[in-house]
Design a protein around this ligand. Structure first.
Ligand SMILES: *[C@@H]1O[C@H](CO)[C@@H](O)[C@H](O)[C@H]1NC(C)=O
Ligand SMILES: *[C@@H]1O[C@H](CO)[C@@H](O)[C@H](O)[C@H]1NC(C)=O
Ligand SMILES: *[C@@H]1O[C@H](CO)[C@@H](O)[C@H](O)[C@H]1NC(C)=O
Ligand SMILES: *[C@@H]1O[C@H](CO)[C@@H](O)[C@H](O)[C@H]1NC(C)=O
Ligand SMILES: *[C@@H]1O[C@H](CO)[C@@H](O)[C@H](O)[C@H]1NC(C)=O
Ligand SMILES: *[C@@H]1O[C@H](CO)[C@@H](O)[C@H](O)[C@H]1NC(C)=O
Ligand SMILES: [Cu+2]
Length: 249
């Protein structure tokens, strides 16, 4: 009896914590993609805000409100700010006309590993590379020190225009994943590559033979959230097992 009465509250507490840490679908961080000509700190070439924190399960909701705009959210490494990260996430481009569209297209990226910084840039080259102009962002960057957002942005500004990469990656990235391309795409807005093209087919320049073995990321859902829950549950079982042994001894 003593065993059962002690264990029950522990179990409930464990479950509550596990749920909080896995998927709290009400945790959303909104980032505007692009500004207008007059927006301070970079005109149309920026993510606003550009440096955010988001825990596992949190959705970073990118809204294509900048007008005009033709932007992407493309994952990079810290050390190569305007180059796609292999296996990184990529929204593809969404173009918005001068007058904007309603409702604004949006792209939901769910964080699956909050223990590492995530770096991203806009890979648009027209009229000049947006990444170099400052259209870069970070999720969970270090607040200071070498791996800070400021250092990333500074490094991006030094990239040579010929080095900005336009490879199309998939929806599933490293440490964060989306389950679908940006949507909706109302009349007047455009998606590149279009929705019927598999995102992450790995197009791009070069002389490679191009025998793509890539899976189709458009149909892949972010498994991170499920994994987190699985991890939490195993932890909980271990915890409960440990406690039981303690009280039985
Ligand atoms: C988890 O969520 C439950 C229910 O909202 C709440 O009672 C509990 O305090 C939360 N635990 C933590 C660690 O935030
Ligand atoms: C989920 O996040 C929202 C916003 O941060 C918070 O108000 C709410 O209490 C959280 N729910 C749980 C179960 O932790
Ligand atoms: C779960 O979330 C709580 C509250 O944010 C945090 O204190 C705790 O360390 C987290 N647990 C794990 C296993 O990450
Ligand atoms: C948006 O950018 C992409 C990539 O540069 C380009 O292919 C497309 O034509 C652009 N769309 C518009 C409407 O300018
Ligand atoms: C993005 O996530 C928000 C918050 O969960 C939700 O309201 C919205 O419908 C989602 N948008 C898309 C296109 O999935
Ligand atoms: C978030 O998920 C990653 C990957 O599963 C895990 O390593 C990390 O500990 C989780 N963070 C928290 C606070 O639980
Ligand atoms: Cu851009």
């Amino acid at each position: 009896m003593r065993f059962a009465t002690v264990l029950a509250p522990l179990l409930l507490t464990g479950l509550a914590v596990a749920q909080n840490n896995s998927t709290n679908s009400s945790d959303v961080v909104t980032v505007m993609v692009g500004g207008t000509i007059d927006t301070p700190n970079g005109g149309i070439f920026q993510f606003i805000p550009n440096n955010v924190k988001a825990s596992n399960g949190t959705v970073v909701r990118f809204m294509f409100t900048g007008m005009p705009g033709n932007h992407s959210i493309t994952q990079s490494s810290f050390s190569a700010p305007c180059t796609d990260l292999e296996g990184g996430f990529d929204s593809g481009w969404v173009s918005i006309p001068n007058e904007g569209v309603q409702p604004a297209p949006e792209w939901n990226l769910t964080v699956t590993n909050d223990q590492r910084p995530l770096w991203f840039f806009c890979k648009q080259l027209i009229p000049s590379p947006h990444c170099i102009a400052g259209m870069v962002g970070a999720i969970n960057a270090a607040d200071d020190g070498d791996n800070s957002f400021d250092n990333y942005k500074q490094a991006a500004s030094q990239v040579s225009p010929t080095e900005v990469d336009q490879t199309q990656n998939g929806l599933v990235g490293q440490g964060a994943s989306a389950s679908q391309r940006p949507s909706p795409i109302p009349s007047g807005a455009n998606l590149f590559p279009d929705a019927s093209a598999p995102a992450g087919s790995g197009s791009g320049g070069g002389s490679g033979t191009g025998t793509g073995t890539g899976d189709a990321p458009t149909t892949t859902s972010p498994s991170g959230a499920t994994n987190i829950l699985a991890t939490m549950n195993s932890g909980l079982i271990a915890l409960v097992a440990g406690v039981s042994v303690m009280f039985l001894a």
